[in-house]
Design a protein around this ligand. Structure first.
Ligand code: GLV
Length: 329
């Protein structure tokens, strides 16, 4: 029997490739740092039965119209804003993501970014490494407290709730803004629902964890940074385009907010000479929210499970385009 052909758009560990090869004909783009060139990807999807993709791959109408055999695109991420879902459904292609397995890991990183920004940890570590530490001094590298402050979470989904749990451990007041009320977080964690403006005005730490959609694109503009407290710290661990980056830069330069911790950017990778990176009060990370060995392997396993489900004729567990009721046999 001919094995289904799977194209994998980024180098994966051997253990995952071995699992895939048992059941599929597998081809992998071999580079770890360089994305598969668009032209090559368009060529590969012509004959692929399945695709394992990452967030930098744009899966759009053009790509799906090349993919005459493709039955599933398993995206190794919880977010799927890189995929035109309507186009996938039109072409009867299942789109899957990797929720749940990365919730705690991403919440850990979000909270670590908050702590690192508030306590100036990157600056302080550089200070030691660059041999600037000459003596202990009372006001040297002082940051701000995190405990007993107010955290404002914009986007109270699974990761937002996991961040709120961590905040509760730091005795923080938790306020949130979300499309809908989160009764469990309200009851279990004492989280308080606010309008977007109320949250901006009251929070010491504003944490962006909303998914990127047509509604959230450009959600944070200059006026929103201006509504925040002057000593507020802004953290973004979801998607860069939710923020108008120029507005954030100007707000930081004008001292309208105190600092920002960013794991995501409008353009990734961010250019090394981007003016945001020249600021001392920025902690910038290269989109590593889910980047632990355990979680990345778990995400890859979810992709494999979803492929297996499709080729067994079962519904995949984490199907995103649920409007897709029948799969091509
Ligand atoms: C990463 O950003 C993800 O969506 O999993």
């Amino acid at each position: 029997m001919v094995k289904p052909y799977v194209y994998v758009t980024r180098k994966l560990p051997d253990i995952i490739i071995s699992r895939l090869r048992k059941r599929y004909e597998v081809e992998i783009w071999p580079e770890e740092e360089i994305p598969v060139p668009r032209k090559l990807l368009l060529e590969k999807v012509k004959t692929a039965d399945a695709l394992i993709s990452v967030i930098s791959d744009k899966l759009d109408e053009e790509l799906f119209s090349h993919a005459t055999q493709l039955r599933v695109a398993a995206n190794m991420a919880v977010g799927y804003d890189n995929i035109d879902l309507a186009a996938a459904s039109r072409h009867q292609i299942a789109v899957c993501n990797t929720p749940d397995v990365l919730t705690d890991t991403t919440a850990d990183l979000t909270f670590a970014l908050l702590l690192a920004t508030a306590r100036r940890m990157i600056e302080a570590a550089d200070f030691v490494k660059q041999n600037q530490w000459k003596s202990w001094s009372p006001m040297q590298l002082v940051g701000v407290d995190v405990h007993h402050k107010t955290i404002g979470i914009v986007g109270m989904g699974k990761i937002g709730t996991a961040v709120a749990k961590r905040a509760a451990g730091f005795d923080m007041d938790i306020i949130y803004h979300n499309r809908s009320r989160h009764e469990v977080a309200e009851e279990m964690l004492g989280a308080r629902y606010c309008t977007f403006d109320e949250l901006l005005e009251q929070a010491d730490f504003v944490i962006c964890l909303a998914p990127l959609t047509e509604q959230t694109k450009g959600l944070f503009q200059r006026e929103h940074f201006q509504k925040m407290k002057k000593d507020a710290i802004f953290i973004n661990a979801s998607r860069g385009p939710i923020i108008n980056e120029r507005a954030l830069l100007e707000a930081l330069q004008a001292g309208e907010i105190a600092a920002a911790g960013l794991d995501v950017f409008e353009q990734e990778p961010i250019a090394a000479n981007h003016p945001l990176l020249a600021l001392d009060n920025i902690v910038a990370l290269p989109h590593i929210g889910s980047a632990t060995k355990e979680t990345r392997l778990a995400m890859m396993e979810v992709c494999c499970d979803n492929l297996d489900a499709i080729f067994d004729g079962r519904p995949p567990k984490t199907l995103v385009n649920k409007d897709l009721l029948s799969f091509r046999s």
